[in-house]
Design a protein around this ligand. Sequence first.
Ligand code: ADP
Length: 286
Amino acid sequence: MNQPVVLLEHVYKYYNQVPVVQDLSLEIASGEMFGLLGPNGAGKSTTIRMLTTLTSPSQGRVAIADYDVVKQAQQVKRHIGVVLQQISVDPDLTVWENMEYHGRLHHIPNPERQAVIRQYLDYVELNDRRDTPVRNLSGGMKRRLQIARALLHQPEILFLDEPTVGLDPQTRRRLWEIVRDLKSQGMTILLTTHYMEEAEFLCDRIGIMDAGKLIEIGTPESLRQKHGMALVVTQSESDRKLSYKFFPDFEQANTYLEQQPDKRGMMVRASNLEDIFVELTGRKLD
Ligand code: ADP
């Protein structure tokens, strides 16, 4: 593994004595795209908030590029770009004004500031909207503006909290292209999502969180290999409920199916991350 640039060591976060993140240890390498996957309430946002200095861990160590998020928050902030749900762009300002404001916050001097604003608005294809008030932008445009803004001070690590939630499939694809392009430029990216196909499509490695704990970690392929590449899905005749049986490969799944005296409601298909989540927790993601 390259040098880890994101590090969590036995991290806990309590709210009102309730642990919402428990004993989380994780290393993300430089240039890696890592996905934290899990249902609502799993602790994904809290983890991102600790990594981005917005809230302190109750216990354990969190470091970004070797800087401690509690003791060296300023240095951490210089290295990270953040796109969160909550911290949104100002709807009353124009696209350009939002970028300008962020550039000043990060003390980027002119004429460099004007140049990088133009560069990143170009990058997310919003230069023709530079004078549009943000409230008049579509959801996808707003998200692109948030990404451009997060890149302005040229961070090495980008945090994206549910970057495509609420966007239509086409807009989601457009954002995926941007994220993949950033990765190809060497950016380290941590994103959270509860969309399986997003994690499968974008991420080098995935951590599955549930109830504050990291319950599985690996590449999408290694997780499928570990739990089984193929499934026999059976739909019950009486209540239409689906049950799943994992097999190492298609051949073994097909052999099993062939051996069944009654094949009604049964089919073989490739496994995916959603199946693995259900297998691990007995629940659906949403
Ligand atoms: P996710 O991002 O996976 O949906 P969160 O990290 O947002 O999960 O939330 C994890 C748990 O922590 C939830 O039960 C949530 O209600 C709780 N929680 C999050 N933030 C706070 C807070 N500021 N105060 C109290 N409880 C919180």
